[in-house]
Design a protein around this ligand. Structure first.
Ligand SMILES: [Fe+2]
Length: 223
C-alpha cells in the first residue's frame, strides 16, 4: 500500500492550551487511525491497493459499492489536512497571499471571520468546514460527514473538523467556542499560503484559476 499511516506535524501537547493533549490523542488514535486501519483492510488485495490516497478517493467516490472505502479514505485525507491547518501559536489575521485574497473576496478579515463562524454554526450535524480556492477566488464551504472538496475540483487550503469528537472534550457542545479558538489561536495561515503558492506555480490546466495577486515569497513562511 502506498498510503502512510497518519500522524501530526507536532506533538500531542503542543497546541495546549488552545486544544488539549487528550483531544489530540483521542482524535488521532481513536478516530483517524481507526479510519486508516479500516481503509487499509478494505484495500488489501483489491485493484485500489497500489493507488495513492487521493487516487483511492477519486476512484471510489462515484461507486456506491465502494462507498464505505471512500468514506474511510476521505476521512483520512480530511484529517491529514486538518492537522496541518493548525499550528502552535497560530491564529490571528491572515498573512501573505491568502490575507490579500481574503480582503479581495470578503472585504476584511473581520467579515471573513463572521462568515466562517456562520458557516460552522449553520452546518447541521457532523462534517467539515473548508477554505478552498475555486475558480480564481476563495470560498468557505462545508461538507457533510466524510465529504471532501478533493472530489469537487476545489483546492482545499484549510480544513476544520466539525464532528463533535473534535471539540467535545475541550468545549462540550459549544461549537462556536471551538471555531473561535481555531481562528484566534490555532489556524495555520502559513500552510494555506504554501498551498496557494504551489497552485500558483503549477503549470497544469488549472492556470485559469491562479491567484490574481502577485506572489510575495518572503511572506510565505514555513512552520
Ligand atoms: Fe475528526
Amino acid at each position: 500500500m502506498n498510503i502512510e499511516s497518519p500522524g501530526m506535524p507536532y506533538n500531542f501537547a503542543d497546541l495546549e492550551p488552545a486544544m488539549s493533549r487528550d483531544t489530540l490523542v483521542f482524535h488521532l488514535l481513536r478516530h483517524q487511525r481507526v479510519c486508516f486501519d479500516r481503509m487499509s483492510a478494505m484495500l488489501r488485495g483489491t485493484e485500489f491497493a497500489t493507488l495513492s490516497l487521493e487516487e483511492v478517493i477519486r476512484a471510489t467516490e462515484r461507486n456506491p459499492a465502494q462507498h464505505a472505502l471512500y468514506r474511510y479514505a476521505a476521512e483520512v485525507w480530511n484529517h491529514n489536512l486538518y492537522w496541518r491547518s493548525m499550528r502552535p501559536r497560530g491564529g490571528g489575521v491572515a498573512s501573505g497571499l491568502v490575507g490579500d485574497q481574503i480582503r479581495a473576496r470578503f472585504g476584511s478579515h473581520e467579515r471573513f471571520v463572521r462568515e466562517f463562524k456562520e458557516a460552522a454554526s449553520e452546518h447541521f450535524g457532523s462534517g467539515w468546514l473548508w477554505l478552498v480556492w475555486r475558480a480564481g477566488s476563495l470560498e468557505i464551504v462545508t461538507t457533510s460527514n466524510a465529504g471532501t472538496p478533493l472530489v469537487r475540483g476545489d483546492t482545499a487550503l484549510l480544513a476544520l473538523d466539525l464532528w463533535e469528537h473534535a471539540y467535545y472534550l475541550d468545549h462540550q457542545n459549544r461549537r462556536s467556542a471551538y471555531v473561535s479558538t481555531f481562528l484566534e489561536e490555532l489556524v495555520n495561515w502559513d500552510h494555506a499560503n504554501r498551498t496557494l503558492a504551489e497552485l500558483n506555480s503549477s503549470s497544469d490546466t488549472r492556470a485559469a484559476a491562479r491567484p490574481r495577486v502577485a506572489l510575495e515569497p518572503e511572506r510565505v513562511g514555513i512552520l
